[in-house]
Design a protein around this ligand. Structure first.
Ligand code: BES
Ligand code: MN
Ligand code: ZN
Length: 501
């Protein structure tokens, strides 16, 4: 539950006015000479992110002006909870319900701090829920994203396969889901040889987490997340610089746990299944070796060209199992390749799909939710690069070209062509802090995925159906050139109230 959002604005709540640069001049005509004088003499220009703390008559803070971009509804306020003086604020802007929801979500996400090892006690600024905001939508998104961030930020010493499984169990308990965890050598008995091969060298036993929730008869939606709790590279050991942030190699699992939490909290009419191969890619005498051959769950033999290409191995067995019950949709998320980062940088997860319609829906929702993805191709001619002289397939190619495409093509071997499948290669990490997105673990694409799922499976009982009641008549995106909903465009403010603040 996000704190720092309160239902009722107390009388002394200070107004926050979001302003777009181009509209500042016109807006200043309204609120009186004192405010105009303050803005002009301090040089506030409403540049995106620029803040002005406006004093009232007694010199105390009376109102806040914040510059923002017209198209940014989500992040415009997200820096404020941690930068404004402690206190209660209210939005001084007339917002459409969707924009109000986004503004509140931005605020909620801006209150995140990773507190496990060092409690920061500085109280943050509080916002009164903006009028029209969908509270439950904000709370379930913030809960899901905070869960993902916490799981990723927790160091590998406290977030091994067992702890990741425990996090999934806690989530299952909260939503009365069924959960099974297949652990250690039982993975061999149950035919998950690749998961076992990757995880067996660690003192912390590998496992497959299998969570099921919802009505048996509902459409089957299966989520798969890469849960490599630490990726040392295995015998093909990573250099120190490459190993540094590999506690985040379970970021795909964290993303899918967070997404599962959102789906269950929303009560979407799906039969949800979440599969997480949870392993640690370690070095020891019994570690998987380069050029070992492992027969996968599917029966395909895999030559281990590189022990550091472990994510695709554990996912292969999990995807085989996901595919076996022919769900309506399979979504996987993984911190799979450095190459996806070389191609798109840390902020844009790479999207691969064997289903153009599904891919386009996801791209559209990503844009609408300000949670973007970028599609890369499952370029079949490159499949030849995975050929092995010894086994059915190699886990790497012998060139350095198109690494994320090659990895996606490897995964594709383990899903049937009939299955609508999406693979997301995510960085799951903010390389630098931005408003609402502190440096560290991040659940990229979660909101885009949820919106797509809600639209596909949700019927009427969903966020998008409620927040966008005309969605059946009007296209979800405004036509080019038409104004989008905007956070700025504030109502004309009253001058700072006298005698207070
Ligand atoms: N977990 C890494 C990928 C990764 C590295 C993601 C850095 C984000 C940041 C993955 O297991 C890996 O090591 N991939 C190798 C594959 C290679 C050996 C074919 C890579 O990308 O270098
Ligand atoms: Mn690796
Ligand atoms: Zn990895």
């Amino acid at each position: 539950m996000p704190r720092y959002l309160v239902a009722a604005a107390p009388r002394e709540a200070l107004p926050i006015t979001p302003l777009v640069k181009a509209e500042l001049k016109g807006w200043l005509a309204g609120p009186g000479a004192a405010l105009r004088g303050w803005v002009e003499s301090t040089g506030f220009a409403a540049k995106p992110g620029e803040l002005s703390l406006v004093p009232g008559r007694t010199g105390k803070l009376a109102r806040v002006l914040v510059g923002c971009e017209a198209h940014d509804e989500l992040w415009a306020l997200a820096a404020l909870p941690q930068t404004l003086p402690q206190g209660v604020y209210r939005l001084d802007a007339a917002l459409a319900p969707q924009a109000a929801t986004k503004a509140a979500l931005g605020w909620a996400l801006g209150t995140y701090r990773f507190q496990r090892y060092r409690k920061k006690t500085r109280p943050l600024a509080t916002l009164a829920w903006p009028k029209g905001a969908d509270r439950t939508a904000v709370e379930r998104a913030a809960d899901g994203i905070f869960l993902a961030r916490d799981l990723i930020n927790t160091p590998a010493s406290d977030m091994g396969p067992a702890e990741l499984a425990e996090a999934a169990s806690a989530l299952a308990r909260r939503h009365r889901a069924r959960i099974e965890v297949i652990e250690g050598e039982r993975l061999l008995a149950r035919n998950y040889p690749l998961i076992y091969a990757v995880g067996r060298a660690s003192a912390r036993a590998p496992r497959l987490i299998d969570l099921v929730w919802g009505e048996k008869s509902a459409s089957k939606l299966t989520l798969v997340g890469k849960g490599v709790c630490f990726d040392s590279g295995g015998l093909d050991l990573k250099p120190a610089s490459g190993m540094l942030i590999m506690k985040k190699d379970m970021g795909g699992a964290a993303t899918m746990l967070g997404l599962a939490s959102m789906v269950m909290a929303a009560g979407l009419p799906v039969r949800l299944r979440l599969l997480v191969p949870a392993v640690e890619n370690s070095v020891s005498g019994n570690a998987m070796r380069p050029l070992d051959v492992v027969k996968s769950r599917k029966g395909i033999t895999v030559e281990i060209g590189n022990t550091d290409a472990e994510g695709r191995l554990v996912l292969a067995d999990a995807l085989t199992e996901a595919d076996s019950e022919r769900p309506a949709m399979i979504l996987d998320c993984a911190t799979l390749t450095g190459a996806a980062r070389a191609a798109l940088g840390p902020e844009l997860p790479a999207l691969f799909s064997n289903d153009d319609k599904l891919a386009n829906e996801l791209l559209r929702h990503g844009e609408a939710e300000e949670d973007p993805l970028w599609r890369l191709p499952l370029w079949r001619p490159y499949r030849a690069m995975l050929e092995s002289k010894t086994a059915d397939i190699n886990n790497i190619s012998d060139t350095s070209f198109a690494g994320s495409v090659i990895a996606a093509l490897f995964l594709e071997e383990f899903v049937s062509p009939r299955a609508p499948w999406v693979h997301i290669d995510s960085y799951a990490w903010n390389a630098k802090a931005r408003p609402g997105r502190p440096e560290g673990g991040e659940g990229l694409a979660m909101r885009a995925l949820f919106a797509m799922i809600a639209e596909r499976f949700g019927g009427r009982n969903t966020e998008s159906a409620r927040a966008n009641p005309e969605s059946t008549e009007s296209p979800p995106h405004p036509a080019p050139g038409k104004a989008r909903l905007r956070l700025a465009n504030p109502s004309q403010p009253s001058p700072p109230r006298r005698g207070r603040g």
